[in-house]
Design a protein around this ligand. Structure first.
Ligand code: MBD
Ligand code: FE
Length: 289
């Protein structure tokens, strides 16, 4: 294991920039929970027992303990807790909260650290806001219908779509990108349909020159996620879906660093005569319970 450059590292400003932006954004969210003292006690007791078990099992040394402390300080200073937690923990929370219900609609996946609410509205057949340079990527025409679980179209449902540009940057989490680049809120037509033009995303390397990257290096892992689209689909009276869509056969669909791929979420776009990738995907929303 190599931890020697942990202290006083001068990371690339992009990792620190997107990290701290994600932390600042999260700090503005009103987070609260009505967890009781009894439940907190049960959770913390088991959590500390799990830590004790690992420490004993692996006979953790004092040097290793100090490296952990230093690393945790660095994750905070780089603003990477949203990144680290969403990559390594969120998928378990998502699974627990999905499995608790008898949902039959579209599967969810993790939100990740780069969602921003209130992206500008787009018509059902619009184009995602993008720069001239983004148009060098292969266009992706993403279309389909939002329905209930019986297949009835849901008019006026919203699909919030956000994804990285061809260099792997998300607007509002990296400098120099227009505020709402590759972010939009699509409103379905009277049949629940949508058809949106965006660009084909590429495999994505999570910011890896900060403490999350050191963590991954330390165990010989890789920092890649498969190419993905992020989505939130909403319609009043229905369960809100937060999910991601991936591309069949794409790199890292089998070994996503964030463990967030599900087979139901793989797209298989076809190329049309104009060289666009075209894909149809239907979202089925469960009734709120
Ligand atoms: C991402 O784009 C992402 O989707 C996740 C889960 C973590 C880091 C960056
Ligand atoms: Fe992402």
């Amino acid at each position: 294991m190599s931890f020697e450059n942990l202290a006083g590292v001068q990371g690339d400003p992009s990792a620190k920039g997107s990290g701290n932006a994600a932390t600042d954004k999260f700090k503005h969210e009103a987070v609260k929970s009505d967890t009781s003292k009894e439940r907190a006690n049960a959770i913390y007791t088991d959590l500390l027992a799990a830590i004790a078990e690992v420490a004993h099992k692996h006979q953790i040394t004092y040097d290793e303990y100090r490296v952990l402390k230093n690393w945790m300080i660095q994750v905070g200073e780089y603003g990477e807790w949203p990144l680290w937690l969403d990559v390594f923990v969120e998928h378990e929370i998502e699974k627990i909260n999905y499995d608790r219900h008898n949902y039959t609609g579209t599967k969810g996946s993790i939100e990740g650290p780069y969602y921003v609410e209130n992206a500008p509205e787009l018509p059902w057949n619009g184009e995602m806001p993008m720069r001239e340079q983004d148009k060098a990527a292969t266009p992706l025409i993403f279309k389909g219908q939002v329905t209930d679980v019986d297949g009835n179209g849901l008019a006026g449902a919203t699909i919030e779509l956000w994804h990285a540009d061809e260099e792997g940057y998300y607007s509002q989490f990296a400098p120099g990108i227009p505020e709402w680049n590759l972010r939009g809120t699509i409103v379905t037509n009277e049949n629940g349909e949508y058809e949106i033009k965006t660009l084909q995303p590429a495999p994505y390397q999570i910011p890896s020159d900060g403490p999350t990257g050191w963590f991954i290096d330390s165990y010989g892992g890789h920092p890649w996620r498969p190419a993905h689209l992020h989505l939130k689909v909403k319609n009043p009276g229905y369960r809100e879906i937060t999910t991601q869509l991936y591309f069949q056969g794409g790199d890292y669909t089998d070994n996503d660093v964030a463990t967030a791929v599900k087979p139901e979420l793989l797209l298989d776009p076809q190329t049309d005569d104009q060289g666009n990738n075209v894909v149809n995907y239907g979202f089925a929303l469960d009734k709120e319970d």
